[in-house]
Design a protein around this ligand. Structure first.
Ligand code: HXC
Ligand code: NAP
Length: 275
């Protein structure tokens, strides 16, 4: 992470207490930023703050379910009261589970849309008054499902497609004030909750890795490096993009993984067991 210097910058990572987003929080901390994190679990927030402080960063955090706009607003306000204007916000809280559209309840679909899409909107509205103008950067964490239809992922596909259009619309609305809004779209990232849910067994994991043109699963550092770049002056003229950081997976491998997921869900369905 050596090329990046975020000394004196204020960064907030929503959903920053595990997996990919925590890797992003740690990368900004290692680059000298003050880093705040937020998620539902107080234990995960506390653990992450301690890890960021161990990296030498000033750190704080708050507990919030992104589905609750008012709690998010108060949490963001508390970071602003302590540190002042926000330079970078990474918004990546999300939920996922594999389930066919006909096999999930309305509330199951709604839960993912509420967390991923409505939650991103709540975060964007809450941070807008406190983002540095000009110079602030908002990065949404998207997913391949935003652009590639996958069986068993209707909720995530719909929600993340909405997130990427939110990115593009906010880039238009906020560009004149010097706020850049972009999405980073991770591929399959090893050792994460998201991968565990879509590829639960070692042979699934191997098949996904083989379907990536670059021949390996991603690491949280791969995504963190893209965020460090996008939030930096080096990316000063980049706004409204959706940047895949996926080893080329969205060129074909992601669809193959989706087909395998569909086959797995169909073979587990009660109808298939009757045969
Ligand atoms: C069908 C399910 C289900 C499942 C939950 N539900 N799991 N339906 N199959 N496996 C249903 C429940 O029955 C309920 O509907 C509704 O969804 C809400 O469930 P709750 O448990 O009450 O919700 P909540 O506690 O709010 O939890 C939200 C969650 C949970 C999304 C369901 O899994 C969660 O908190 N996830 C966060 C962590 C996570 O998912 N990380 C991975 C992100 S990866 P009813 O009708 O019974 O009320 C990602 C993209 C990965 O986003 C891309 C990889 C390439
Ligand atoms: P993860 O470890 O489960 O991370 C999700 C984070 O969001 C956690 O910090 C979680 O903490 C928080 N969170 C979840 N629901 C929340 C809610 N309602 N309100 C507030 N915070 C909430 O998952 P991950 O696999 O690393 O995924 C991280 C991001 O990358 C997600 O946006 C995901 O869509 C995207 N992505 C992942 C992959 C992959 O391969 N894993 C691929 C493409 C895209 P709490 O539980 O404490 O709330």
């Amino acid at each position: 992470m050596a090329p990046w210097d975020y000394t004196g910058r204020n960064v907030l990572v929503v959903g920053g207490t595990s997996g990919i987003n925590r890797g992003i929080a740690e990368a900004f901390a290692a680059a000298g930023a003050r880093v705040a994190v937020a998620s539902r679990s107080q234990e995960k927030v506390d653990d992450t703050i301690a890890a960021l402080q161990a990296l030498g960063a000033e750190s704080m955090g708050f507990c919030a379910d992104v589905r609750d706009a008012e709690v998010v607003r108060l949490g963001v306000q508390s970071v602003h009261e302590s540190w002042g204007e926000l330079d970078v916000v990474v918004s990546g809280a999300a939920g996922n589970f594999p389930a066919m559209a006909t096999g999930m309840s309305v509330n199951a679909f709604k839960s993912v849309v509420d967390i991923d899409l409505l939650g991103s909107f709540h975060v964007a509205q809450a941070v807008y008054p406190f983002l540095r103008k000009p110079g602030g950067s908002l990065i949404h964490i998207s997913a391949p499902q935003a652009h590639i239809a996958m069986p068993g992922q209707s909720h995530v596909c719909a929600a993340k497609a909405g997130v990427d259009m939110l990115t593009r619309t906010l880039a238009l609305e906020w560009g004149a004030e010097g706020i850049r809004v972009n999405s980073v779209l991770p591929g399959p990232i090893d050792g994460t909750e998201g991968m565990q849910r879509l590829a639960p067994k070692e042979h699934h994991r191997q098949a996904v890795a083989q379907s990536v043109p670059l021949g390996r699963l991603g690491q949280p550092e791969d995504i963190a490096r893209a965020c460090l770049f996008l939030a930096s002056e080096q990316a000063a003229y980049i706004a409204g993009v959706v940047l895949p950081v996926d080893g080329g997976w969205s060129l074909g491998g992601a669809a193959a993984t989706g087909a395998a997921l569909g086959a797995m869900l169909n073979s587990n369905s009660p109808k298939s067991k009757e045969k």
